[in-house]
Every structure is written in structure tokens, then in C-alpha cells.
Design a protein. Structure first.
Length: 143
């Protein structure tokens, strides 16, 4: 038995299960996927609601081409706009995107609260801290 591998596989299964539920509920109520919500939420939390497109790669866990395709779709429905020259392209959250992400945050929060309600709050805090540490490890940086 490999405890590290078991942890990572359990993490993957938990993520996949939660993402399916979030995709379903966010799609029904807000017309977006969980990945769309995550991207809009990153922009909403950024200074001036704008982020350089290359800076979205790591937190989204996708190659820049995938992030760009996602931004193009969100731009087509009026939630974001891409600005700047080729070397300094930025994604900017539009007012409609801010309103949507704020409404969708309530839905996502409700689902996440339900997902962890059977886990002691102290355990949730400990695991959350451990996952934040894992996400910042240099060995996991994208090449």
C-alpha cells in the first residue's frame, strides 16, 4: 500500500465527484461550468478584476491554449473581455461577469458546505491547509 498514492487517488476521486455536482448545479442555475466559475472567481478576486492571461495557467491547471479557448467562450457571452497587445494580454471581468460570479458563488458555497458537512471543521481546516501547501510545491509547477 502506497499512502501517498492512495491519498492522491482519493483526492482525484473527491475532486471528480465534487466537480460533477458543481458542473450540474452551476449549469442548471447559472449556465456555466465549475471551470467557468473558477476562472470568473479568479478574475473577481484580482486587483481591478484583471489578470494577465499567462498568470491564469497555474491556478486553472490547464495549458494556456485551453485557458484562452475558455476565455473566448466567456467573452462571446459578454462575461469577460481580453485587452492589451500580444505580449501583455489580460482577461478583464465585465460587470455581467461580476454579477454572475457573485450569484454563482452562493450556489457553489451551498454545494461545498453540503459536501463537507460530515467532516469536522478542524479536519476541513487541516486538509485545506495541506492542500494549499501541496499546490505551492515547486515540484508540481508546470513546465
Amino acid at each position: 500500500m502506497n499512502t501517498s498514492l492512495d491519498f492522491c487517488l482519493a483526492l482525484h476521486l473527491a475532486h471528480a465527484s465534487l466537480q460533477l455536482k458543481l458542473d450540474d448545479e452551476l449549469g442548471i442555475h447559472h449556465g456555466i461550468s465549475f471551470n467557468d466559475f473558477a476562472l470568473l472567481n479568479l478574475l473577481a478576486q484580482a486587483d481591478g478584476c484583471r489578470v494577465s492571461i499567462p498568470e491564469l495557467v497555474r491556478p486553472m491547471g490547464q495549458p494556456q491554449s485551453a485557458v484562452l479557448r475558455q476565455l473566448i467562450l466567456l467573452e462571446k457571452i459578454g462575461l469577460v473581455v481580453r485587452e492589451g497587445a500580444n505580449g501583455d494580454r489580460q482577461a478583464v471581468l465585465r460587470p455581467a461577469g461580476r454579477a454572475l460570479v457573485n450569484a454563482a458563488r452562493e450556489t457553489a458555497d451551498s454545494i461545498c458546505t453540503e459536501a463537507v458537512e460530515s467532516i469536522a471543521p478542524a479536519v476541513v481546516a487541516t486538509v485545506s491547509a495541506a492542500l494549499a501547501t501541496l499546490a505551492c510545491r515547486p515540484a508540481l509547477e508546470l513546465s
